[in-house]
Design a protein around this ligand. Structure first.
Ligand SMILES: [Ca+2]
Ligand SMILES: [Ca+2]
Length: 105
């Protein structure tokens, strides 16, 4: 079963990219300028597909790039490279005063 090997590789790959992301260097950033250009992204996706023995779907990769490039400047940088979607900044809500309505009976 080849699939198990691939799954393992993917798990390992994810672990590695998490570590790299923590060092602020994205594995897709081939020239190390801190940004992932569309070309770098496409190259990365292509080589990933090749490694996985899948056919590279350029259209899907382009869509993924467009989706990830949230400000649409053609580069993935900063928060765009962080895997998890940005959570809306929620200001700390002060504990609501215990609304114990005086029970006027
Ligand atoms: Ca780059
Ligand atoms: Ca961008």
């Amino acid at each position: 079963m080849k699939r198990f090997g691939l799954a393992m590789l993917m798990v390992l790959g994810l672990g590695v990219s998490t570590v790299l992301a923590e060092e602020k260097k994205n594995p897709a950033d081939a020239d190390g300028d801190g940004k992932v250009s569309k070309q770098e992204f496409m190259d990365r996706e292509a080589s990933k597909a090749q490694k996985d023995g899948k056919e590279f779907n350029a259209a899907a990769a382009e869509k993924k790039f467009a989706k990830t490039d949230r400000d649409g400047n053609g580069f993935l940088e900063g928060e765009e490279l962080v895997k998890k979607p940005k959570t809306p900044h929620s200001p700390e809500i002060p504990p609501a005063p215990a609304s114990e309505a005086p029970a006027n009976e």
